[in-house]
Design a protein around this ligand. Structure first.
Ligand SMILES: Nc1ncnc2c1ncn2[C@@H]1O[C@H](COP(=O)(O)OP(=O)(O)O)[C@@H](O)[C@H]1O
Ligand SMILES: [Mg+2]
Length: 234
């Protein structure tokens, strides 16, 4: 289980994350929604060790990982699919996946197993394993970014706006994959600006506005609440 408690983070004078509490129970899919600039990416990046918190704690299965460097966070079992899908463009699909596995906590045998799983999940990556990441479409690069995260055998998967800038047909494929992972038992914290998409797949939703969680609950309970409307459109 991932537990974020009173987390704070700043960019210079901008308090981007203010005393944020989030719980992602093992096996659940939790969404974090809010308008552009609400602080969603800063929250995920701070959990993942790309950004230093200015307060609060992050624990994974009770282990305090607050402020750890990102490579140590990955080894603790938390993998981030970053906003804007970071892949290594000069490397092939296979090299991207192998490199990522190396930074994770999997043994050699587990890495081979994991590669099979990723190729099962994204047959398109299997077909293009020898192709340079740079030559792939945005949707394929997002699949590769997912694949890279999965190669580390995460306990918790953090997804930052997987639908961003992609055609609806690719978004459908990615969200089907997210649901497949969830059904298979993955623990996922999904950041998404498309609230409808997020509400449709998640069990629990946190709504963020100006750095704070303004409301949370089940997708059905949160839907239509005044705070949600104001956070998303206000
Ligand atoms: N690198 C940065 N430098 C300065 N301010 C930033 C930086 N990144 C984000 N911010 C500010 O922090 C706030 C939260 O941004 P962000 O976490 O990216 O929000 P979201 O992902 O919800 O759109 C915004 O006010 C944004 O302008
Ligand atoms: Mg963002």
């Amino acid at each position: 289980m991932l537990r974020v408690s009173r987390l704070c983070a700043a960019h210079g004078a901008v308090q981007a994350v203010r005393e944020v509490d989030i719980e992602v129970v093992r096996g659940t899919l939790v969404a974090l929604i809010g308008s552009n600039g609400a602080g969603k990416t800063t929250t995920l990046n701070t959990i993942a060790g790309l950004h230093k918190p200015s307060g609060g704690t992050v624990t994974v299965d009770g282990r305090d990982i607050t402020g750890w460097a990102c490579h140590k966070v990955v080894r603790s079992g938390v993998a981030l699919v970053a906003e804007g899908r970071r892949v290594a463009p000069p490397l092939t699909v296979l090299e991207n996946l192998e490199l990522s596995a190396y930074s994770g906590r999997a043994t050699k045998a587990q890495q081979a197993e994991q590669l099979t799983e990723v190729f099962d999940l994204f047959p398109r990556l299997a077909d293009r394993r020898g192709q340079l990441a740079a030559s792939m479409s945005g949707g394929e690069q997002q699949m590769l970014a997912f694949g890279r995260a999965l190669m580390t055998r995460p306990k918790v998967l953090l997804l930052d706006e997987p639908s961003m800038g992609l055609a609806p047909s690719i978004v459908d494929v990615l969200f089907q994959t997210i649901e497949t992972l969830h059904t298979a038992g993955a623990t996922i914290l999904l950041v998404e600006q498309n609230a409808e998409l997020a509400l449709a797949v998640s069990q629990r939703v946190y709504v963020m506005q100006r750095g704070r969680i303004v409301t949370d609950g089940t997708a059905d309970a949160v839907r239509g609440r005044a705070e949600v409307m104001s956070a998303l459109f206000g």
